[in-house]
Design a protein around this ligand. Structure first.
Ligand SMILES: O=c1[nH]c(=O)c2[nH]c(=O)[nH]c2[nH]1
Length: 296
């Protein structure tokens, strides 16, 4: 057999679920997270020589996440909390060279009861989440954040025509159609150094990216999912100088008119109002838009 070597490795604890309640008198906050920690470093011997002496047990990593959550005042700010966790692992263990921390923040929206925000009751109003992936090494920190699973639909203001037609094409041109997608967006931050991480208003930027995404989707006349995606990204980069690039993954969740002509009912063009939503197959449009780097 030809010689082999351990090309790369990462190991850690995934799907660590954690909720923290922050109480200010009767006013409570709930933060619910799913955390993944992966470590890279001098772990080769555990794979190749059955030497476990350098292994930080994944069970200890799980304990560490709960301990740091107890001690931290930044759990609500997942990019900062992830950086704290990453820093902990590379400063505590000299043989750990890189820690990759991924966190999903689940949505709990405060209830509005009798016209007032309730102090300790929350509901889930949508499956969209805020997530982050932070990679901490001794030299650098990289942070990407995301908005995942935001389901949107508009009933007009979307067309799709002028596309390539050949013997494989059956899709009719549409000057007015339903447009629906499940937005997944991931953006990377321009981080100067570890100390600057605490100064970035990650949660405000998240809310703003979400709002820009919704605003662009709703207000522009879409020529295609591709054109909508590019405009969303351009608007985000225009507004947020801390963001270097943004990637969108937009499935085109098709709604096709149902053939009611067979029953003597008009359901095309201006008369179209009965549609069949299709889960599968879906188009999938993926692109990353980045700033042109200045040559200065
Ligand atoms: O916005 C669209 N982009 C496409 O690439 C495409 N392809 C398709 O069949 N419908 C659509 N819609």
């Amino acid at each position: 057999m030809s010689e082999v070597y351990l090309k790369e490795q990462e190991y850690g604890k995934d799907r660590v679920r954690l909720a923290k309640v922050v109480k200010t008198g009767k006013w409570h906050e709930i933060i619910e997270l799913t955390v993944c920690v992966l470590l890279d470093g001098e772990f080769e011997d555990s794979y190749t020589k059955t030497d476990n002496s350098m292994i930080v047990a994944t069970d200890s990593m799980k304990n560490t996440i709960y301990i740091l959550a107890k001690q931290s005042s930044c759990v609500e700010n997942i990019e900062i909390f992830a950086t704290e966790i990453g820093k902990h692992f590379i400063t505590t263990y000299s043989h750990v060279h890189k820690a990759t921390i991924s966190i999903i923040k689940h949505k709990w929206t405060r209830m509005l009861i009798d016209g007032k925000l309730h102090d300790h009751s929350f509901h889930r109003d949508g499956e969209d989440v805020h997530d982050t992936k932070v990679v901490v090494s001794r030299k650098s920190v990289t942070i990407e954040s995301g908005l995942k699973n935001l389901l949107v639909l508009k009933t007009t203001g979307s067309a799709f025509y002028g596309f390539l037609r050949d013997k494989y094409t059956t899709l009719p041109e549409a000057d007015d159609r339903i447009l629906s997608t499940n937005v997944d967006a991931t953006w990377t931050f321009n981080i100067q150094n570890m100390a600057s991480v605490g100064k970035i208003p990650f949660n405000d930027i998240f809310e703003s990216v979400k709002q820009i995404t919704l605003h662009t989707f709703a207000t522009h006349n879409s020529a295609s999912v591709q054109a909508t995606l590019y405009l969303m990204a351009k608007n985000v980069l225009k507004k947020h100088s801390q963001i270097d690039s943004i990637r969108y993954e937009l499935p085109n969740k098709h709604y096709f008119t149902y053939d009611l002509e067979r029953f003597g009912l008009k359901n095309t063009g201006k008369d179209a109002d009965i549609f069949v939503p299709f889960n599968d197959p879906a188009g999938l449009i993926i692109a990353t838009v980045a700033r042109v780097k200045s040559r200065l």
